[in-house]
Every structure is written in C-alpha cells, then in structure tokens.
Design a protein around this ligand. Structure first.
Ligand SMILES: Nc1ncnc2c1ncn2[C@@H]1O[C@H](COP(=O)(O)OP(=O)(O)OP(=O)(O)O)[C@@H](O)[C@H]1O
Length: 249
C-alpha cells in the first residue's frame, strides 16, 4: 500500500537576486514519508521556510524541484482543487469569504461539491466555544480569534486526509488554544486525519505531536517527539539552532 504522503527531494529556490546571497535555495533536498496517520509538529527558527513548505504541500505555491505524492499519486497528475480537498491548508491569517459566518461554512462544501454537514458544523462550533455566535453575522466583522476558528471548522468540514496548520493558535487565548488542541487530537483519533502543525511554542509541539519535523539550515530533520522532547533542555536548545523563539519551560 502507498504511503499517505511522500515528499521527494523537494526544493525551493531563494528568490533573492542578491549575488552575495548565502544560499541558492530557501530549502532543498527535503524528503519525508508519512506512512500512517500521524501528528507532526513542524518547528524551526523564523524564516526557515515552514509556511512556504506547507503552502507548497497544499499546491498554493510551486516547488522548484522534487515531487509530492498523495496515496502514491504525484501532484502533477491530480487537479489542484481535488488535491486541496485531501491536503488542506489552514492559514495563520484567516481569510473570510464574503457573506455571513454560515455562508463561509457552507461555501467551501459547495465549492467542492460536497453536502454541507450542519450537525457537524454545529458540534464543531460548540467544541471551539463559538456557539454564542450569530451565524448570520458578517464573517469579516468577526474578531481575529473567531475568524481563525471559523476557518479551521471550514477546513474540517471537508474532512481532508491531511491538515496543514500554520500557527493556527497564534492569535488565540489559552482557553481557546486548549479547545483547538483538544478538538484536533480527538479529530485525529476519531477520523485518522494526519496533521502537520507549525508552531513556535515547543510546549505545544510536545503536547500535540508524536513526530517532530525541524527545519534548519535549508533542510528538514525528523524525530520521534518522545525522543526529541525528552532530551535535556540544553541539547534541545542547541538543536533549535539560531532560534530565540523556542519556549520550552
Ligand atoms: N522562493 C521563496 N519563497 C518563499 N519565501 C522565500 C523564498 N525565497 C526566500 N524567501 C524568504 O524566506 C522566508 C520564508 O518565510 P516563511 O514564512 O516560509 O518562513 P517560516 O519558517 O514560516 O517563518 P516564520 O516562523 O517567521 O513564520 C521569508 O523571509 C522569505 O522572504
């Protein structure tokens, strides 16, 4: 049986035209395989290309070299819209579609020709503490944290096989962050959805993952989260090269 997701020798050229730029590539020779449903924390210092890698995985940006395969099929043979129903990106800055909150929740299913699951939407709104919202409210008028959670629900309604989560709790308070983490851990358990979650919060990375991918110096290293986070903090810090943002307490 094919792996759920494969990355083969992926590279993205550095767009800097500065002849003195240190590296030709933002990242290169990135390979990884997800053989079974997995919870992955993607960590690394700012500017390493974590968001760019996720966006390429969702075909929102193009790789300069290499291949991506979902269930054994290359991205070159799958229409982007179909690909994104399987590999769905949730952005850090949630963008609301025009219309109401309900329009937003319905619209994505409509765009992808899937029935709108109203009971699931209601359940997810409740689990994320959004059941107080008037669904007729203009989505654009919601707060940043509300938009973030609406956008996550919008993506979950597609029931993708792989969720790419880009710092999705960065604008949330602790209470809402806990709700998002609990919902996604439960969703993974119930639905077998793989997620790759970019976070700068190493405590969060430890809580939500069983594998850790670390981007550093243009490459990607893979670890078991148990092994990675059980190391002495000093070693961890050394591995987290160049980063001043890791916050393991
Ligand atoms: N071809 C490219 N595509 C995207 N970014 C590029 C490219 N070439 C150079 N860059 C630079 O590399 C960095 C990539 O940013 P990106 O958001 O992917 O990194 P990140 O690891 O997610 O950072 P952060 O943790 O700060 O969000 C940016 O500084 C961008 O200007």
């Amino acid at each position: 049986m094919s792996a759920i997701f494969q990355i083969h020798n992926l590279a993205k050229l550095n767009w800097s035209t500065d002849a003195n730029a240190l590296n030709k590539y933002l990242f290169s020779q990135i390979s990884a395989e997800i053989a079974e449903p997995t919870r992955i924390a993607l960590i690394g210092a700012s500017g390493q290309g974590k968001s760019t890698l996720l966006r390429i995985m969702a075909l929102l940006d193009t790789p300069d070299e290499g291949d991506l395969l979902v269930n054994g099929k290359s991205f070159q043979h799958i229409p982007a819209r179909q690909w994104r129903m399987t590999v769905t990106y949730v952005a850090q800055q949630a963008v609301m579609l025009p219309g109401s909150i309900e329009d937003n929740l319905r619209m994505v299913s409509k765009l992808h020709g899937q029935p709108y699951d109203v009971s699931l939407a209601t359940e997810l709104l409740e689990q994320l503490g959004l059941d107080y919202l008037d669904l007729g409210k203009v989505a654009e008028d919601c707060s940043g944290g509300e938009k973030q959670r609406i956008s996550l629900i919008r993506s979950l309604l597609l029931r993708p096989e792989i969720l790419l989560l880009d710092e999705i709790t960065a604008s949330l308070d602790i209470n809402s962050t806990q709700k998002v983490e609990a919902l996604l851990l439960n969703w993974h358990k119930q639905q077998g959805t793989t997620f790759i979650w970019v976070t700068h919060d190493l405590e969060q990375a430890r809580r939500i993952s069983n594998r850790t991918w670390m981007m550093d110096k243009g490459g990607l290293q893979e670890y078991s989260s148990d092994a990675f986070f059980n190391e002495p903090v000093a070693n961890l810090a050394k591995r987290f090269v160049g980063s001043t943002e890791g916050s393991l307490h």
